[in-house]
Ligand binder design. Sequence first.
Ligand code: AMP
Ligand code: MG
Length: 399
Amino acid sequence: MGASTVRAPLTRGVFSIYCSYPRLKSNPLYFSVSLASSVQQVRRAAAASMSYDKQLAAAKKAAFLAARLCQKVQKALLQSDIQSKSDKSPVTVADYGSQALVSFILEKEFPSMPFSLVAEEDSEDLRREETRGTLVRIKELVNDTLASNGMNDISPLSEEDVLDAIDRGKSEGGPHGQHWVLDPIDGTKGFMRGDQYAIALALLDEGKVVLGVLACPNLPLTSVTSYDRHNSQDKVGCLYFAQLGAGTFMQSIDGSPPRKVHVSATTNPEGALFFESFEAAHSSHDLSSLIVKKMGVKTPPVRMDSQAKYGALSRGDGEIYLRFPREGYREKIWDHAAGYMVVAAGGIVTDAAGNPLNFSRGRYLDLDTGIIVTNQKLMPALSKAVVESLKERASSLQS
Ligand code: AMP
Ligand code: MG
């Protein structure tokens, strides 16, 4: 199969046990365990009925600004000569700058609340004398982005402010309380090539993803399948946002009114389109080809960097996303939380064994290797094809 690539342009039990085993009544340890689990259930129920409108507005603002910052750096990178294109420093500057900006904005928006951010970067490398120049560039970029987007009332950040904002991303997350989850630039390889990348921001409440914002500065506003990079009418730059139980919306990164989007309702695998990583090192192209062949999918893969794949899926550009990293690779929560939320309104996201993703275990998504995404109707056929393909691969590796 040939591949097309898109270039730039997710007490009852306690009481019944308690009643059947009355001797447990006198056991203080049992009492505290059951109390803790009841408290957790109450907190989860409260989280499920909460509105996160304020958090959503703040997350959108932060993601818009971070997207502006990244666009500026990518533009300069693409205009630079070939020699400087092999230099990784632009992506470093944009990565740290995006994290500093998002961290700074979110904390400033909720001054009276405990702040927890699980994010990819930390400032260790930036605190060395040799990287002082990079730190100064990041500070200037952050301050310029704030000033040129109507936030002149904020006093400019110092280098120490930037380092502190970046380091607020060191939280371990977990099953209790609220935690922001950020990938400041997801798909750095795509960013360097001038292709797809995303700023991916989500909120966890009591271990569940409750909102997601995904800025995809290079994703076509229309379907990736009809996009023509040579047609100046075909614009790029999408921002997706979703709140638990409220559906998914998309708007242009330039601020057009949002419109509700829907996952494809296609039931016939023959016409289904599937997405996978551009980078074969991130996901086995051979395995996904075997899986979709078993399902009867006829179209070639669409290979794309970053969580933009979840965005494209959430508006029905295609039906399936497959991700099969090498055995032992540990997925991080920031690589999936926002994308998961954006596609969760009509799509299902599971690991290779069909388990739902668990974002409550800390910085990693410990799962049965592989992530699969599709609509409700196609999931049974996809799960079956995944199980069969994995068995086949295992037996061919043994023989
Ligand atoms: P994608 O653009 O969908 O291929 O995914 C980009 C993300 O893949 C990056 O943000 C990395 O965190 C993650 N990544 C890095 N190395 C690997 C790997 N060996 N296997 C799977 N994912 C990886
Ligand atoms: Mg990433």
